[in-house]
Design a protein around this ligand. Structure first.
Ligand code: MG
Length: 261
């Protein structure tokens, strides 16, 4: 099933997506999927990021083709970093181009949503702790990533983690097409089977470092073909069997970005 998180009449709710209808849940999906018996149309709610995590983990260089593109050796262990929950942006939301950077890149990624509190999870049991999968764009200020030597600023601006539209709970993540379209043009195209560390290995690895909580998110890395976005661009992450996440790049008020050149 597909799970949505949305705002309706001032309250945040979760629902099961059924065509253009939402069947509202009692509480959150982390307490079990129980339907309230009420439906709403997708058009009458405001879609939110499908979860609000305590933390967003992400992994660098996790696709063989992307590591080659950057001339980097394959990592022996996952290279982890974090994005703050304040960077989340829903499907349809605008990515704000910060005045502090001159180069903002897209990165199409499969995102895993943690179902329950867990730690020290063996790889073969990891799937039990996955609620489902969604699409993410690991937006990155590439110039600041190089300048800072670590990635907190480059990856952490508000709106730099588009996530959604929904959580797909029944997909097998082992061999899905991952694509990114910039203004309708295909820019990234790979399969999750090209990951160095798969979703189960990543959840297990992270859980040996820090306790994971319901709703925590793990971004699983991006394939080759990363590139630049400019204000006004439409950027879409499409993952087979999971969904299509669309966002527009906006410019801050008073900025000269995107004018000329
Ligand atoms: Mg990334």
């Amino acid at each position: 099933m597909k799970l949505a998180r949305y705002l309706y009449r001032g309250r945040i709710r979760y629902g099961v997506v059924d065509g253009d209808q939402l069947r509202e849940l009692v509480g959150t999906p982390f307490q079990g999927i129980r339907e309230l018996g009420e439906t709403r149309s997708l058009g009458e709610v405001e879609i939110l990021p499908p979860v609000f995590p305590q933390k967003i983990l992400a992994v660098g260089l996790n696709y063989r083709d992307h590591a080659e593109e950057f001339g980097m050796p394959l990592p022996e262990e996952p290279v982890l970093f974090m994005k703050p929950p304040s960077s989340l942006l829903p499907h349809g939301g605008k990515i704000v181009y910060p005045p502090m950077t001159r180069r903002v890149d897209y990165e199409a990624e499969l995102a895993l949503v943690v179902a329950a509190e867990c730690r020290d999870v063996p790889v073969k049991e990891a799937t039990r702790f996955v609620l489902g999968y969604t699409c993410a764009n690991d937006v990155t200020a590439r110039d600041l990533q190089a300048k800072d030597g670590q990635w907190t600023r480059a990856k952490g601006f508000d709106t730099f983690c588009p996530l959604g539209p929904f959580i797909e709970t029944e997909v097998d993540p082992s061999d899905l097409a991952v694509r990114l379209y910039l203004n309708g043009e295909l820019r990234q195209s790979s399969r999750t089977s090209a990951m160095v560390f798969g979703p189960a290995e990543l959840l297990s690895f992270v859980s040996r470092i820090m306790t994971l909580y319901p709703g925590d998110v793990i971004l699983t890395g991006t394939p080759s073909g990363v590139g630049e976005m400019r204000p006004g661009d439409l950027v879409e992450v499409e993952i087979e069997g999971v969904g299509r996440l669309s966002n527009i790049v906006d410019q801050p008020a008073g900025s000269s970005l995107g004018k000329g050149g």
